[in-house]
Design a protein around this ligand. Structure first.
Ligand code: PMV
Length: 359
């Protein structure tokens, strides 16, 4: 498919007003996206687990109006009008306008809320942007009723990607690949697609307990971080490493080999942060407690043989990943040994989920 395939060509129906609500999850990357080309095209492919509990619920109200040169929308976050979120949405609308030519013919009210605490350091852009993209696709489906489910989902992911790259992986459930990879059929730079091969039972309900180490504002936004991969001394090797790790992961996901899984996933997390530490300017998003937790996980794994590992986003929080049948052991370990490193003792228990839902 090409971007042109996402430009509507039929005559739209006349829809005067309506309302739709979508619930869309966050996701956690196993092979990380870090670095992009123009138009939100990723510099390397990535794969993530779709989460279940960390999600945004977004309602879009739309009313037909006389087209003007501007977008007309208001944004409410957790019940309150949020002026500071508007520029991000305005930019998103600008990026997607050529694919959604009806945008300026409507007046929108967008109401969004997150299931996870605001400013918990958990990126809400993936769930938030994918939820808005899905709401717009529901409007588009009313305008063009012939749209089929496959196209609906692909375009939702395509639009979400233009809001925030990782949001493209928040439409489908399970494991989602975004970015062209030679060994993964159907993989595309334009949208995320559900991982198309056999997945071992162990990974179907993998657990992710998110330890909230630092809830403060990130010192460096991911937009700036992605940009620093241009001219980065290790960029080419990093992008190749992501391709290679994804190739290896394809086999591991089928075999259920948790020790190989751990090697790939932890190396990806540390490579992501190594890129930040070796860019110019350089920066560090991990905190001392992030490292304390990582070391504790390594000791616990060595002592017990339990296949628990960590991954990191672009922040200090630690995602603890483990099989469902180890839930009791790992949660006890977390409570006894890791909670002390969390801000206000906070952590969120999540697991692999089934993707976005219309309400
Ligand atoms: O979607 P963005 O532009 O916020 O980038 C997120 C990148 C990471 O979370 C660090 C990695 C990933 O693949 O999700």
């Amino acid at each position: 498919m090409t971007p042109k395939d996402f430009i509507p060509i039929q005559e739209p129906k006349m829809i005067s007003s309506g309302k739709v609500t979508w619930q869309s999850p966050s996701n956690i990357a196993l092979v990380k996206y870090w670095g992009k080309k123009e138009n939100q095209i990723p510099a390397n492919p990535s794969i993530s687990f779709t989460l279940n509990h960390c999600k945004s619920t977004t309602t879009l109200k739309f009313k037909k109006r006389k087209k003007t040169d501007d977008f007309a929308f208001n944004f409410f976050f957790e019940g309150k009008e949020k002026e500071d979120f508007k520029p991000k949405i305005e930019k998103f609308f600008e990026r997607i306008e050529s694919y959604c030519p009806y945008l300026k013919e409507y007046e929108f009210e967008i109401y969004s809320e997150n299931s996870f605490p605001h400013s918990s350091g958990i990126a809400s852009s993936a769930s938030g942007m994918s939820a808005i993209a899905l709401c717009l696709m529901s409007l588009e489906k009313e305008l063009f009723p012939e749209i089929e489910e496959e196209y609906f989902n692909k375009k939702a992911s395509f639009l979400a990607r233009l809001g925030s790259g990782s949001a493209s992986r928040s439409i489908a459930g399970g494991l989602v690949v975004w970015g062209t990879h030679e060994n993964i059929e159907g993989s595309s730079d334009l949208f995320g697609e559900q991982f198309p091969y056999k997945v071992n039972k162990i990974f179907k309900n993998y657990q992710d307990t998110i330890l909230l180490v630092d809830k403060g504002e990130k010192q460096v936004s991911s937009t700036v971080g992605h940009d620093l991969m241009h001219g980065h001394p290790f960029a080419a090797q990093r992008f190749q490493q992501a391709h290679d790790n994804l190739s290896k992961l394809v086999n591991v996901l089928e075999s259920g080999d948790t020790s190989e899984f751990i090697k790939i996933v932890e190396s990806e997390a540390l490579s992501l942060h190594a890129m930040m530490m070796s860019s110019q300017p350089y920066f560090i998003l991990m905190k001392p407690n992030t490292l304390e937790i990582i070391n504790k996980i390594w000791v616990f794994r060595k002592e017990t043989g339990i296949p628990v590992c960590f991954t990191l986003d672009a922040g200090a929080n630690v995602h603890v990943l483990y099989p469902e049948d180890q839930k009791d052991n790992v949660l006890e370990f977390i409570k006894n040994e890791l909670v002390v490193y969390c801000q206000n003792g906070q952590y969120i228990c999540d697991q692999v989920g089934s993707g976005a839902k219309i309400l």
